[in-house]
Design a protein around this ligand. Structure first.
Ligand code: GLN
Length: 488
């Protein structure tokens, strides 16, 4: 049996039954990474020694005394601080930075006994939709190695699709979990803002960032959310979930009303994506749910508002990278000011510099009202549109991404075409809502995701609905690369 093709739940069952040891399981993933990651390039760093040692400690405990998830491996996006493990955010400016502490989500997973396989590639500071903005390497889509995995959590999505981890953590500021999940054919969950602590997550846009999961199925997404959610005194914006999500057992959609967001299924959407989306709408009907189109006029302004709000917050958050406190410092400089300038010029990539400049401009005294304040007013309109829609519908749906995975290099020269990748996901972050992408089918052999959006803190119901659809659609989530001999 190839244990690397299993869900985290199956890994847990095999461990509990003593059919596989934690060390065997961990080694199977490390072997898989050695065989396929040369082609996929999902991992920035693999901690083989640390993972095997942690697994051996699990094996040393009597099985009856172990916690439920003890010994199950996981991959981690490199934006999460892990004590003693280099954390770069895909940026040269953080090269060599080794956090002295664990992010709250990491501490929770450590306490639960999960095994950390390593850190996963990402767009620099999570800015991007293809992982091509990483300063270090280009991650490839396991379904077609000439295509991008999406981003910014491209390493997390690709590693799960390529069976290089049973599940992974990612982060989502405007779509960075759901869009790569869609492009790689896995499940991506972005929780309600505040459900999960952001302490130890290197900040991009603090009012939008949330940590979430990339998994092979909806059950695993529910379990991982229950492991990481919760109020944290170290993050004053965290609230936790009103109740644990538990096991999403739902198989019917009887009694549920789904609103199809009209503005997100128009011309921007590729025909192949639209076809898969339409068949998902039919599937909802077959399962007893009701679908009806609903208009949320302001979501069309989501990208414009986001590209003022997110860069504004980023320009402020990234001011801390000054060569004094973390990572890279320029080799030579005459004085302190030159040290700052040279460190930041050398350390940040082009997209990060672009965002810092846009954000600084939008917040400057003369332009604040025209840009930043206007974007915030637009954000309020988006929040109100969603609130109105949720008065009539239990959930809203759309394609997750307007296109399937695009070719490496295709959009790098045109930032605006890259920004459009998040047309359907960005409004969800602006309104602080939970969203999930599940594999819904294929267009020309490439995965297409369906996005389900719920009201604030409706994760339990949203995952239940996602489970029913997943169960019905039964989309293959194993790319051909899953056979190791297929790896180049
Ligand atoms: N692609 C969007 C951006 O570049 C969203 C990224 C994210 O969710 N981290 O900002």
């Amino acid at each position: 049996m190839d244990v690397t093709t299993l869900t985290a739940h199956r890994c847990r069952e095999l461990l509990a039954a003593g059919e596989v040891s934690a060390v065997e399981l961990t080694r199977a993933y490390l072997d898989r990474i050695a065989a396929t990651d040369g082609a996929v390039q999902a991992y920035l760093a693999v901690d083989a020694a640390g993972a095997v040692a942690a697994a051996a400690a699990v094996d040393a405990k009597p099985r009856g005394e172990r916690l439920p998830w003890e010994g199950v491996p996981i991959g981690l996006k490199d934006v999460l601080c892990v004590k003693g493990m280099e954390t770069t955010c895909g940026s040269r400016i953080l090269k060599g930075y080794i956090p002295p502490y664990d992010a709250t989500v990491i501490a929770k997973l450590r306490d639960a006994g999960l095994i950390f396989l390593g850190k996963l590639n990402m767009d620099e500071f999570a800015m991007g939709s293809s992982t091509e903005n990483s300063a270090f390497q280009t991650t490839r889509n396991p379904w077609d190695l000439d295509r991008v995995p999406g981003g910014s959590s491209g390493g997390s999505a690709a590693c799960v699709a390529a069976s290089e981890a049973p599940w992974a953590l990612g982060t989502d500021t405007g779509g960075s979990i759901r869009q790569p999940a869609s492009l790689c054919g896995v499940v991506g969950l972005k929780p309600t803002y505040g459900a999960v602590s952001r302490y130890g997550l290197v900040a991009f846009a603090s009012s939008l960032d949330q940590i979430g999961s990339l998994t092979r199925d909806v059950r695993d997404a529910a379990a991982l959310l229950d492991l990481i959610a919760g109020r944290d005194p170290r993050d004053s914006t965290s609230i936790g979930l009103p109740e644990p999500v538990g096991e999403p057992g739902r198989t019917s959609l009887e009694g549920l009303r789904f609103g199809v967001i009209g503005e997100l299924i128009g011309d921007a959407c590729e025909p192949g994506v639209r076809e898969v989306f339409d068949s998902a709408v039919d599937a909802i009907g077959t399962l007893g749910g009701v679908c009806e189109e609903v208009s949320l006029p302001s979501v069309e302004r989501g990208i414009a508002a986001y590209y003022l709000i997110a860069p504004s917050e980023a320009s402020s958050n990234l001011a801390r990278f000054d060569g004094v406190r973390y990572g890279h410092r320029t080799a030579e400089s005459e004085d302190l000011y030159e040290m700052y300038v040279r460190t930041r010029s050398e350390g940040f990539g082009a997209e990060v510099k672009r965002r810092i400049m846009i954000g600084t401009y939008a917040l400057s005294a003369g332009y604040y009202d025209a840009y930043y304040a206007q974007a915030q007013r637009t954000r309020t309109l988006i929040i109100q549109d969603f609130a109105r829609a949720f008065a009539a519908f239990d959930f809203l749906i759309s394609p997750t991404s307007p296109s399937v995975a695009f070719k490496i290099g295709e959009r790098t020269a045109d930032p605006l075409s890259m920004y459009l990748s998040d047309l359907c996901t960005i409004p969800v972050n602006l309104a602080a809502l939970p969203g999930i992408s599940i594999p819904a089918g294929f267009s020309a052999g490439l995965p297409v995701g369906l996005q389900i959006i719920g009201p604030h803190f409706s994760e339990r119901g949203m995952l239940g609905a996602a489970h029913a659809l997943e169960h019905h659609l039964r989309v293959n989530v194993m790319p051909p690369l899953a056979a190791p001999e297929a790896a180049r």
